[in-house]
Design a protein around this ligand. Sequence first.
Ligand code: URP
Ligand code: ZN
Ligand code: ZN
Ligand code: ZN
Length: 445
Amino acid sequence: MFHHFTSSVMLTGGIDPHTHLAMEFMGTETIDDFFSGQAAALAGGTTMHIDFVIPVNGSLVAGFEAYERKAKKSCMDYGFHMAITKWDESVSREMEIMVKEKGINSFKFFMAYKGSLMINDELLLQGLKRCKSLGALAMVHAENGDAVFEGQKRMIELGITGPEGHALSRPAVLEGEATARAIRLARFVNTPLYIVHVMSIDAMEEISKARKSGQKVIGEPVVSGLVLDDSGLWDPDFITAAKYVMSPPIRESGHDKALQAALSTGVLQLVGTDHCVFNSTQKALGIDDFRKIPNGVNGIEERMHLVWDTMVESGQISVTDYVRITSTECARIFNLYPRKGAILTGSDADIIIFNPNSSFEISASSHHSRTDTNVFDGRKGKGKVEVTIVGGRVVWQDDELKVVPGSGKYIEMPPFSYLFNGIDKSDAKYLSSLRAPVRRFNSAS
Ligand code: URP
Ligand code: ZN
Ligand code: ZN
Ligand code: ZN
């Protein structure tokens, strides 16, 4: 077959650190499961993802087993984070089982979603301590859930019930507050921290400040926050507006560019998607009340293309940086490198062939996700994933998928990633600073 001359490059397959496939949430379940979501990922050059296990009635073991079942139909490799939604002796014990027997090395704490997933500071502190002792990375969804609850009441009282009320009820100041609080508690415990879906300048600046002070804080922007602004939430068509509802919300124009700049200068380290999709019927659960719109947007298929176009094609980062923020850094943070995130002898053969001279166009009618809308609908740009190879097998070529349910493997992630290097030494230094000099007091006369 004749092939036109191109300067395609071979790159390591993308790793998406943040997805929600087949997640039960807000009274419904995300419509992409471990097959359809992964097929979409492969069509977009992502060859591994890490999904969030949600405990069942607070039980981590039951949650893990439920996700093992969901993931049986996988067509690409995947790993798991685990959410912590309550605290007692049994949760603490189960965290150890997850780390030592089940290959989980990260736990997510929700500081928002009051009344469902939200945890308080006391639980967050216990969780941070436990994560540290297990060598597991603590992750936070950073929004002040109590204040969000208050903001929602305020909007409803004003009669604002549409999708824009979602963004107005939870402004960036609440993301900045929770980000700062989580960072300070992690510093108090002296353990690394990973902030998921950084959506605002407010949160990004807290991360920047902490990193400058030497604290080990990782910031993950998501592709929706990098390339979109909040204007869609004001669309007069409910379904069009509701498709943009996610938490933290997509912010006003300006935050997007600032997050791009932070990513290009290393203030933020890697890009996720928070792929969490609901179709129009599911989004319509909130037709009369934005508080009932299932939260979440797409991105698993679009991330590699949009990050290339927005960051590399625009001249903000190099191809080497692109590989780092879409793949290698994720592999390092979750202790998978160099099995994943590299093209080396001994690495899994997860590879893409990327053509910078070709172009992509995003549309809800041609995407591979099961959902009927796409927050990036109509976007065009430079660059195209022409071939995706997983474990040495071509699964995407000539715009065609050849995926096999059940061929994806669960990837265990060992604890004590590089982020834990030196923590024992800084702890020892802190303790000796408390013990010496020992103060002596004169007895009262
Ligand atoms: O709106 C979002 N982000 N939905 C998924 C759950 C979460 O908070 O990550
Ligand atoms: Zn060609
Ligand atoms: Zn979240
Ligand atoms: Zn999420």
